[in-house]
Design a binder for this molecule. Structure first.
Ligand code: NAD
Length: 294
């Protein structure tokens, strides 16, 4: 994978400054990863509270580096000063690439992409961190679809090496090259994949979540399923993973997968995560999902 990425990065204009839209689980992670690997980043949200959480995430990760003796206070301040939280599009006229990481809702993403396109330079690349929504569908909301592609990070961003770079039918080679180069500069392992709902990884992951759901409906306890999958050697079971992802994100992504592949991703039983969402059990982000967090 690394060799393939090098092939792309040779052609790319470097990314000197970037921006991320959304300061949630993923946006905060992208901001930390970009700043800590040397690319300053603007982090925009519509809620002040979310910006604070995004900065807290980065601060917590930097403090861990200090505890391990890998960083000093000056290094920490340098990284934090490379993340600029904002509620406006101020400064977006200087960025080379944008990572959209707002909620997994096609209408919200379409509106945000149309807005941000007006705020960035004409040659800037726009990307979306959507988990499942087709890049060609989202490309309809921008006027320069050749400069748009998917940039799908995994959670937690600072630990997960893979980034899916998703090529829409109109995405240019230059756009792919620049996105691959930015992912590589962030220390990630980019793979270029074709567009479809769920791309590559989530077409594998969602059938797994669906099988988990079927077991729950059959009456198997979720904690038992998690223990079994951990015993099988996976780092965490599906219930804990759902809480890490966010139950709202999981349910929205599941809807996109069902619409995209009704035969293969459809459910033949109630969806337990939908009931959790109705009860506002959003997972780790609000302290209760399948599990409760203190
Ligand atoms: P999240 O709920 O933690 O954060 C979403 C953030 O977007 C919130 O802070 C919200 O205030 C903000 N937001 C909403 N509308 C906005 C707007 N118009 N402008 C700017 N900010 C806005 O969600 P998340 O888990 O970070 O997911 C974000 C995206 O990343 C989704 O598309 C999701 O599918 C994708 N993703 C999530 C995961 C995961 O495991 N959670 C993994 C890979 C990709």
């Amino acid at each position: 994978l690394k060799k393939k990425a090098r092939g792309w990065t040779k052609q790319a204009a470097p990314v000197k400054k970037s921006a991320v839209l959304g300061a949630g689980i993923m946006g905060g992670g992208v901001a930390y990863q970009s700043a800590s690997t040397g690319t300053p980043i603007l982090m925009k949200d519509i809620r002040d509270e979310a910006l604070g959480l995004g900065i807290n995430t980065a601060t917590g990760l930097l403090n861990k580096q200090i505890e391990k003796g890998r960083l000093d206070e000056a290094g920490k301040e340098k990284v934090l000063s490379a993340i600029e939280p904002t509620l406006e599009y101020t400064g977006f006229d200087t960025v080379d690439i944008v990572v959209e990481a707002v909620v997994e809702n096609p209408n919200v993403k379409a509106a945000v992409l149309a807005d941000v396109e007006k705020a960035v330079p004409a040659n800037a690349v726009l990307t979306s961190n959507t988990s499942t929504i087709s890049i060609d569908q989202l490309a309809k909301s921008v006027s320069r679809p050749d400069q748009f592609c998917g940039m799908h990070f995994f959670n937690p961003v600072h630990l997960m090496p893979l980034v899916e770079v998703i090529r829409g039918s109109q995405t240019s080679d230059e756009t792919i090259a620049r996105t691959v180069a930015y992912a590589a500069a962030m220390g990630k392992t980019p793979i270029v994949v074709n567009d479809c709902p769920g791309f590559l990884v989530n077409r594998i992951l969602f059938p797994y979540f669906n099988a988990f759901n079927r077991l729950l409906v059959d009456g198997v306890d979720f904690e038992r399923i998690d223990r079994v999958m951990e015993g099988f050697g996976w780092p965490m079971g599906p219930a804990y993973l759902a809480d890490v992802v966010g139950i709202d994100t999981l349910v929205h992504a599941d809807h996109v997968m069902q619409e995209g592949f009704p035969g293969r991703m459809g459910h033949d039983a109630d969806v337990v995560a939908e009931a959790l969402l109705d009860a506002q059990h959003l997972g780790q982000k609000n302290g209760k999902g399948f599990y409760e967090y203190g």
